[in-house]
Design a protein. Structure first.
Length: 547
């Protein structure tokens, strides 16, 4: 493993912005970790013996996983797509023929999710294909674990310190923000055919700072501490070689591992591109700042008697000998292969072939789906419904969920085509099954009112619950139905209060204060004196007063 620990420069400015960004990332993840602890504590409190028996029996007998009840609930709740993960568990159990255990898991999870604290990280990460600039920024400063944030900060400080020393703290902050937004945009373009994932972490900005630092000072060296089994020591590498190595490494991993690895290679490559673009555009005529503010610190190795230098001297001997020996063996094998077979030629051609295949896979017969969809939405805004219908239908038939939802709306309203509620419900279902939240809400309304499908309150509540992870109006609908149409359920009022409370928080997060006030009034009618009602009252009143 290689860990950068310093850039070989003399600081002419204190890197206050770099320090502030690092502290911000640490404080944000501390908040995330505290929130995850509260979710786990709630899961442990929820897993009373009867609940734990239901869930753990299903896990042990059908999923073949010894995870305790609280871990199953908390892990599912904090998953990027909780409903899809729950569905995976349920399908495993149903495949084993125990429908009762599957139904028990669904019921317990729904109750837990309705009463669990809101998951902070889910409000910070960026969904692939989402163009929300705030999410692009919050995803940059949030992380998935302590080793994730600390590992990123090791690299961030080493490279960002060089950039801030050259351009100063104010421009550094602007560059940081530009990188975060640009990386989010470029990453969306790279994953345009694979919407639905999430990303978070500083690594994209780290790559951007690295390539920008390499643009400013390609010959400045970075000291790395390395260890590999018993081999330990220090290496000093110029910035250009560091940037080239990491970009090439990530480019290779992106083509070969992106479909199953959880690492955000697309964000790394987007960051590298952003750093280089900022260098050759914004700072093209400012490279003289390097000479004014950046002083290389190239000490004579014979004068540096630190413990790291001694460690380097000890560690490099076996490392160099080992690399040389194995390099010699590999060279002999390749020479023999080259003489006796065409295997080496094929091996050399493999990266080019893989690149051609990847380009072909990404090729579109027409413009990308997102471009055609955007054109259709613009036509809808101009009330050119027939033209919009003609553009949306082929997209919907190809499986594009946003187009399927919009097509369902046109059939439901009779815009651009005949009014057909059954066909509208069909397209809502197609989009809802692909995770489109607005379509899930629309399908729930169809089941609740019997529009295009037989009225089925249980189906309506199921789709409302899926949509409620993102849409406060779905949480409001769940609160209403639990309060007014499921009075025979002894826990209906409790469920209604939970959903109203969730709607209040979601409306406030979206800035819809009037809607939050309406949801809060419904909560007060059920739990006028509850602790959470008191807490939400203060929050709602403060937001209302600030408007």
């Amino acid at each position: 493993m290689f860990i950068p620990y310093r850039a070989k420069i003399q600081l002419t400015r204190i890197p206050w912005a770099t320090i502030a960004a690092s502290l911000l990332c640490l404080s944000v993840y501390w908040s995330q970790a505290r929130n995850e602890e509260r979710v786990v504590d709630r899961a442990k409190a929820f897993c009373i013996p009867p609940v734990a028996a239901d869930i753990e029996r299903a896990q042990k007998n059908y999923v073949h996983d010894q995870s305790p009840c609280w871990d199953v609930l908390a892990h599912t709740y904090t998953f990027p797509n909780p409903e899809a993960h729950l569905k995976w568990h349920v399908e495993k159990i149903q495949a084993a023929g125990d429908a009762a255990a599957a139904e028990a898991l669904i019921t317990h999870y729904r109750d837990f999710a309705a009463s669990s604290p809101s998951y902070t990280t889910a409000r910070l990460w960026q969904y692939s294909g989402s163009w929300n600039p705030l999410r692009m920024l919050t995803a940059t400063i949030s992380h998935g674990s302590w080793d994730h944030v600390i590992g990123n900060l090791f690299f961030f400080v080493s490279f960002a310190m060089i950039v801030e020393t050259v351009i100063g703290p104010i421009l550094f902050v602007l560059v940081f923000l530009a990188m975060a937004l640009g990386i989010g945009a470029l990453e969306n373009l790279l994953v345009v055919d694979r919407e639905g994932g999430v990303s978070l972490g500083l690594s994209g900005v780290v790559m951007g700072m690295m390539t920008l630092a390499a643009y400013f000072a390609p010959r400045i060296k970075i000291d790395y501490f390395y260890f590999f089994f018993f081999l330990i020591g220090v290496l000093s590498l110029p910035m250009w070689s560091v940037a080239l190595w990491y970009v090439g490494w990530n480019l290779s991993d992106y083509f070969f591992y992106r479909d199953w690895s959880g690492i955000g290679y697309s964000a790394h490559l987007a960051g590298a591109v952003m750093g280089f673009l900022l260098g050759i555009t914004v700072f093209r005529h400012r490279r003289h700042w390097v000479e004014e503010h950046l002083i290389a610190d190239e000490r004579d190795p014979h004068e540096d008697q630190s413990w790291l230098s001694k460690l380097n001297a000890i560690g490099n001997v076996p490392l160099v000998m080992g690399i040389g020996f194995f390099g010699f063996l590999i060279a002999v094998v390749f020479i023999v292969k080259f003489i006796t077979t065409f295997a080496v030629q094929i091996l050399l051609a493999a990266p080019a072939v893989a690149a051609v295949i990847q380009i072909y896979r990404m090729k579109r017969a027409d413009r990308p789906d997102r471009v055609r969809y955007k054109e259709a939405v613009q036509l809808l805004e101009q009330l050119r419904d027939v033209e919009a219908f003609d553009k949306l239908k082929p997209l919907a038939e190809q499986g594009y969920p946003r187009a399927q939802y919009q097509l369902g709306r046109l059939f439901a309203a009779g815009r651009g085509t005949r009014k057909d509620e059954r066909t509208a419900a069909h397209w809502f279902r197609q989009a809802a099954q692909r995770g489109e939240r607005h379509a899930q809400y629309a399908l729930a309304v169809c089941y609740a009112d019997g529009r295009g499908v037989p009225a089925d309150l249980d189906q309506a509540l199921e789709w409302y619950a899926k949509a409620a992870t993102a849409l406060p109006e779905a949480a409001m609908a769940l609160g209403y139905h639990n309060q007014h149409t499921r009075k025979n359920d002894p826990r209906s009022r409790e469920h209604a209060a939970n959903w109203y409370a969730k709607a209040v928080r979601q409306y406030l997060s979206a800035g819809a204060v009037e809607d939050a006030v309406a949801a809060f009034s419904e909560l007060v009618s059920i739990e006028p004196d509850a602790v959470r009602t008191t807490e939400l009252r203060a929050l709602v009143e403060s937001r209302a007063a600030s408007q």
